[in-house]
Design a protein around this ligand. Structure first.
Ligand code: FUL
Length: 475
């Protein structure tokens, strides 16, 4: 006997209903692609500014530097990658070509490259060594290529856009393996002819998408992820991963920096914020700035205000003239790692129980405990406020509350507050707006036996995949 599909669907629905199982909420608004979710889960990556500026001390090279100026005495990309991995970074992005136009690989499109330098008799290739080193350390490999080029004589004419595509092709065609992020700087200054370029962004983005479809493309306005709007290391306290991009372009045509820092609620495009900041005052290594390497307190603050505010952190740690990460920077990174490990060692929700409303079986409040990202709590459709109560396993002292939404279904929560139960009295300890992939709420030190997480407003029924409590006694 053939069962009609509609009867079959109704039957399955009735069985699920009888079992009390609910379906997942429908995705809300703009949602991240699986590649964007995987990118956000990296949380911290290392940025490496390296090139002629490392040897001249300039921040923006003129493009007229002789190729021979690039001559690292002891390039050791294995040391960059080992340092990055030990510090807890998940990937490295290198300035393959900065504004001076010098290419760290033998680009066939240019004469201003490692192949025309005396370094390793013109046979060196930083991208080859770094991509191999990243693969060996289990790190993902990313590329910064500046469209602004102060060396290329074609810059300022339509021919440059085609040349730039060939430049991209010679890096992204797979010869250096998979690239997880393509970083496009919005800067658009004058080239050697004194002219500015009209960038063909659809052509550039299309080239990356064609050659490395999984790569997340960074620019002021995405399409993969967006600039956070400052280089000081903090995202907006309110931070939506959605952004209105209609009518905007990278660079001079980008949205105001405050919008970049906060995103746009309910907008039609997903472009989460990336916070790029340097461990040193400048982007490139300089002996004179070694004493100004940021201290652990500053790095922790940057962490809380980037990763802890629904942003990815891209921390620049520039290699020196030897071609190695400076020992001072490396030591600081290890101290930073040790601090993170000590703060986040013990989740004080261990042994807690959670009560509250939910969508039903499969989406229970208890799903906010534990680290399985794909098990989450959710409310029924149309219900946009709810309170979860955590009964802690005895009295716990904490000052960091970590919340995480299940972003594959979109970012939803727009207002929440937290209360703590101390000596039988409930007291509000935080009132904030967005959560997103990860929110670390900084509170005063609280000793409590129970916690209420109240979602006050959401754009659609809220989800939470994690509530965790920690005590930071250092900062
Ligand atoms: C900026 C550039 O002008 C800086 O030199 C640096 O590369 C920074 C990450 O982006 O736009």
């Amino acid at each position: 006997m053939r069962i009609r599909p509609s009867i079959y669907v109704s039957f399955v629905f009735l069985v699920l209903l009888a079992a009390g199982c609910q379906s997942a909420p429908a995705p809300y608004g703009a949602c991240p692609t699986p590649a964007q979710v995987a990118w956000q889960q990296m949380e911290m990556n290392m940025f490496c500014h390296f090139g002629p500026n490392t040897f001249t001390g300039a921040e923006w090279g003129s493009g007229a530097e002789p190729e021979d100026i690039f001559n690292p005495s002891d390039l050791d990309c294995g040391q960059w990658a080992a340092t990055a991995r030990a510090a807890g970074f998940r990937g490295i992005i290198v300035t393959a070509k900065h504004h001076d136009g010098f290419c760290l690989w033998p680009s066939p499109e240019s004469r201003h490259t490692v192949a025309h330098s005396r370094w390793r008799d013109g046979r060196g290739d930083v991208l080859r060594e770094l991509s191999d080193a990243c693969a060996a350390e289990g790190l993902r490999f990313g590329i910064y290529i500046s469209p602004w080029d102060r060396n290329d004589p074609r810059y300022g004419s339509p021919a440059y856009n085609d040349a730039f595509v060939h430049t991209l092709e010679s890096v992204l065609d797979g010869r250096y393996g998979p690239v997880f992020e393509q970083w496009f700087d919005g800067a658009c200054g004058e080239g050697p002819t004194g002219r500015r370029q009209e960038y063909d962004w659809p052509l550039f983005n299309g080239t990356v998408a064609r050659l490395q479809p999984q790569a997340v493309i960074f620019s002021d306005v995405g399409p993969g992820c967006r600039w956070v709007g400052n280089e000081r290391g903090h995202a907006g306290r309110t931070n939506w991963s959605t952004l209105e991009v209609e009518g905007f372009t990278p660079g001079a045509g980008s949205p105001p920096v405050q919008v970049l820092g906060e995103g746009t609620p309910g907008a039609s495009h997903w472009a989460a914020a990336e916070t790029d900041v340097s461990i040193r005052p400048g982007w490139f290594w300089r002996a004179s700035e070694t004493e100004k390497v940021k201290n652990v307190r500053e790095l922790m603050q940057i962490y809380y205000e980037s990763v802890g505010r629904n942003s990815l952190l891209l921390l620049n740690v520039p290699p020196d003239t030897c071609g190695r990460i400076d020992a001072v920077d490396s030591l600081r990174l290890m101290e930073f790692r040790a601090a993170l490990d000590s703060v986040f060692a013990d989740d004080l929700t261990a042994g807690a129980t959670v009560s509250g409303p939910s969508r039903g079986r499969g989406f229970a409040p208890a799903n906010v405990l534990g680290t399985d990202y794909d098990r989450y709590w959710a409310m029924p459709d149309g219900e946009t406020a709810a309170v979860l109560t955590l009964s802690l396993d005895g009295e716990k002292t904490f000052n960091r509350v970590v919340l995480q939404e299940y972003i594959p279904l979109g970012q939803r929560i727009s207002a929440f507050h937290i209360e703590a139960l101390t000596d039988g009295v409930w007291r509000e300890i935080a009132r904030e707006t967005t959560v997103g992939y990860k929110r670390i709420v900084l509170t005063e030190k609280v000793s409590a036996t129970a916690l209420r997480v109240a979602v006050d407003e959401a754009l659609a029924c809220p989800t939470l995949t994690r509530v965790a409590l920690y005590c930071d006694s250092i900062f």
